[in-house]
Every structure is written in C-alpha cells, then in structure tokens.
Design a protein around this ligand. Sequence first.
Ligand code: GN1
Ligand code: MG
Length: 363
Amino acid sequence: MTNFNDVVSQFRIEGTVESVSPIGNGLINETLRVKTVDANTPDYILQRINNAIFTDVDLLQHNIELVTDHIRHKLMEKGETDIERKCLRFVQAKDGKTYYKDVDNRYWRVSVFIPNAVTKEEVNPESAFCCGETFGNFQNMLVDLKEPLGETIPDFHNMELRLRQLREAVSADKAGRVASVKDMIAELESYADEMCLAERLYREGALPKRICHCDTKVNNMMFDKDGKVLCVIDLDTVMPSFIFSDYGDFLRTGANHVAEDSDNYDAVGLKEDVFCSFTEGYLSTAGNFLTPVEISHLPYAVALFPYMQCVRFLTDYINGDVYFKVKYPEHNLVRSRNQLLLYRDVRRHDQMMADFVKKTLKQ
Ligand code: GN1
Ligand code: MG
C-alpha cells in the first residue's frame, strides 16, 4: 500500500495534509485529491504518472512547464485576474523538479487544486460553443511558443502507426480473440487508406503540425460556478499534432449521443447541434490561424477520431487489454463497436458538416 502522505511530503506544499482520496476517472494516470487542514492553505492534486505509457517523464514535465509558463505569461499580459484558477501550477519537489520518483520507480507530481471549480461529463449545445472557443484559444495561445515541444507519446495520433499496431496485434493474436472480430477488422481495413490522408498531406508539405492538447474531452476542462471555462487540464499529451486532434477528438466524445463505452448501440450517433455549436466556437478562436487545407478537412477530422479510437480499442482488445483500463473482459470490444458505429454515422453527415463549416466562415 502506498503511503500517500509520504509521497506528498516530498513536495514543497503549504500546510498540513488532512486526507488523500481518489478523484476523476481517467483511463491512464491515477489521480488523488490532497486536502490540507487549514482553510488558508490550498488543496492539491496528486497524480501517479503512468510511466509505462509516458516513458519519458522528464520530457513530459518539461513540456508541461513550458506550456503552463507560456499561458500564465499570456494571461498576465492580457491583464487577466484570477490567473491561479485559469492556469495549472505544478509544485516543485525537494530537488526543484516538478516530479518525484519513489523507491519503487513510480513517478508522482503535485499541482495546486483549483478551488470553487467544477468539471462536467456531458456537453450540451450551449457549453459546446465555450468548449470549441476554449480549445481554439488554447491552440492560438501556443502558436508562438518558441521552444519546441517533444512528443510525450511519439506518433500519438498517427493513423498509419495505429493501423500498423492493429495489424501486428492481429498477426500475434496473443489473446486468441482475432477470429471473433474478423468482420470488424475487414471493415476497418476498407477505410484505412482514406483515413491516413492527414499523414500523406503532411509528407507533401500541405498540412502543418501545431501544438495541440490531444485529449480534448469536456472532463479535461474546469468551469466556474457560473458555467464559464476557467482552464484546460490534463496536459500530458500536449504536443505537436494536426489541429484535427483537438477538433475531432472533442466531437468524438462530446457529440456522441452516448458514452464511448455504451453498448446501447442503436443510440450511438452524432449530435448535430453539438457539432454545430462546437464548430462555431472553435472557428471563432482558431479561424484566424487555420490554413484552407486545415479548414476543408475538419469534416474528415470528425470521422478520423472515432475511426482511430476504434482501431486503438480493438488493438487493445486483441492484445488482451494491456493499455486501457477495463472493467469487464469485453469492455474494449464494446468500446470499439461503439466507435465504429459513430464513425459510420459521422460519414452520413459529411455533406452537412462541410456545408456548415463553409457557412460559419462566411458569417
Ligand atoms: C485515454 O486517460 P484518458 O481517458 O484521459 C487516452 C486517450 C483516449 C481515451 C479514450 C494517453 O485518455 O487518447 O482517447 O483514453 N490517453 C492516452 O477514453 O492514451
Ligand atoms: Mg483525462
């Protein structure tokens, strides 16, 4: 059993720890809330970094420090108030680093808990606009970051790599599950070339990489009590990527009628109203720096992310559930079925999405 108090005592926190308890529902890291006794000292978030996935913790924390410092600086320049609630702050360990490696080679970090804030699990058309605005603004703020960021998970959203990983999993068939998912694999393969378009455009020099969040879910944002966005959290995957990552991945979860792991398959599908308001919000802050190629491929991005996530969940199912946390043996299979159905429904909206993007930019 981990003694969390011992871990926390390695960091330069203020106050005395009262309790440490789990919070959040991420699939990768373990997250805990640290309450301090005195009301005048902040509470904290303690996280165990999953270093099987984020193998270079030093690079990871370096990226996060660069990003948070840059954003904090921008907010100060703009004369923003309440900056501590609008930008995450990581606490130094005794050696001055923003992480601590314990005797069992486990990595930990501590950030200041943002008080009087709430997270949301569901998106509605009203909040979708703010979400789009916020992620567009996040990319916009980082457009002029001078120092290059490393890739915390190399080729994280590279569709060609994700397909190679699926094919390798299929050949190895470690968990003996391939025979039961043959149809799905064949269907995914039939869309493979089309879905690797971004990588081809990149090689041709037609599509840039920019600093993106790469895990744009509504539960990775903090809101104040009035529903206004305070800040974006979960910065582990902030790295150079195609802007499709932030735009498409948000809609993958935010605009699906059901959760990504729901087996209510008949209900899976794209919420058009959320698509429309998220797109309007995103273009209101990102529209001025996006290139025509990026803009014309936004509908492709909406299809790409359910497709990619289906490939990733199915790969993990075939490998015997080694990456995503699962609650029952078929969990990854259910998730991949759900994402494939979402992909199909998104494709039925291709024309509508393209028309809507055009119309929004004309306004
Ligand atoms: C993982 O841990 P969480 O839920 O923030 C994953 C995302 C997936 C998501 C699917 C580093 O994110 O890419 O979209 O699960 N993060 C990583 O629910 O692989
Ligand atoms: Mg998360």
